[in-house]
Design a protein around this ligand. Sequence first.
Ligand code: ITT
Length: 489
Amino acid sequence: MSTSDSAGNQPSGPPQPALLGHPDQETKFAVYLCPPAVSDLYRVGSGLLGYDVRAGQTVPMPEFMRSEWQTDARPYGFHLTVTEAFSTDPANWPQIEAEVRACVACLTPGAFLGLSGGRVEAWEDGKVWVLRLNASPALTVLHTLLSARLAPYVSASPFDWEVREGKYARPHEQARMQLLHTPRGLDSWQPHFTLAQPYSGHDPERMRHELEARLAPFHSQSYAGVTLFERRAGETRWRVRADIPLMGATALADGDHETSRGGGAASPTLGEMTNDANSRPTGNPTAPTRKRVVVATGNAGKVREIEEALGGLNWQMDGMGAFPMPEETGVTYEENAAMKACAAAITMNRTALADDSGLEVEALGGEPGVYSARYGNRTSDLDRNMYLLERLRGKTNRRAKFVSVVILAYPDGHLESYRGEVPGVILEGPRGEGGFGYDPLFVPDGETRTLAEMSLAEKRAISHRGRALAALMEAHRAGEPEREVTRLE
Ligand code: ITT
């Protein structure tokens, strides 16, 4: 929570604008990260505040903390704000809950809702003590989505009075406020847990020391969902309305490995959220881990081939879900594949694999090459094939080759690159129902059938992508290959 959060609860704060009425008379909602009741972080955090919001009970505070230092923080219980506390009409609850579920469902199953870089900070001239953290990309995306989607249900913002005082007056802040009802806009989100507010003691050094000692184990955290909070009109305390889990959440540190659970990959529940991002979901601790890799492609044909080709590695392959692929602005396969893989790796905090590929036809000076997916601005495989045949009409040289570059990108910026090529000829007309793209026109050297007339396994054995993926398999057969350092800018 923030000092601004608490404005709505503070009778002693700046005067509330008349239009808001008394804040206690209004129903409010907020979306928070709230650790599960069983977690150590929740116990420590609730103890510091003296209030367990999930149980709706006060709890003993440590001897260095005083309840008068928690009057602003405590009404909320221990939580981290994803979307600020806004007033709403209670009739909106069904829509608000549906919107939160919809926003969470927009994330790719298993997306990494993580916090890292925890540090104790004193804000507002030492009056507010917080555990400040950095949000993972997926959490930032979720914050943005929620802020935008929930705006229609906001009747008043706790920041309205600040605006009236002349704060947030710059044009972009005004525009954002009108759009989202929140002057604390998307670019000023500062993920933190509030630990003391307002602190009026005389020993800040001791405060820092005590808080740092208690919070040190929680400098990295991950969550398997968010929590919808409500404060009913006339009440001062907040309560949990619903825990909303992320589909397929895994709550892993690097998001890269999943402990086998035997009997299937059930999604962990919110109760399995971890405080320590280095911990693993519950299960057999001696079970082998599976590497999880996001396949960053919008092409279903590629997904089938990649999954089939890498079956021997026993990696768990995940799709890109709702995340949009970046525009392919590169002029080489390597650039485009790296763009796709890096976008996925950074957004999802996972190792990601992408392929960029194309057909290079000798008589056309290497066309369509990296532009194969957009050749002649045609929008379907069939139309692109027809366009290629038109361009080749009357040409006797039908030689061509397929090229594939597969990039594996790690969330820390490390890249691996694998390339495969297959030479062959372009037919006068299509043959075969399998494969995708230009497969029905292409006969590899040494073959009589087109790639579209082959099974997946037959195509893999000789195709460009099959060869690039075989090189990747070879490099990973004994685990992750040694790194050549290639950093992302
Ligand atoms: P993503 O970028 O989402 O991975 P895409 O289809 O846009 O999918 P590319 O940008 O790499 O992929 O474009 C490659 C195009 O080249 C693809 O759309 C096909 O038209 C063609 N192509 C690549 N590999 C092929 C293959 O194995 N068989 C037939 N055509 C292929």
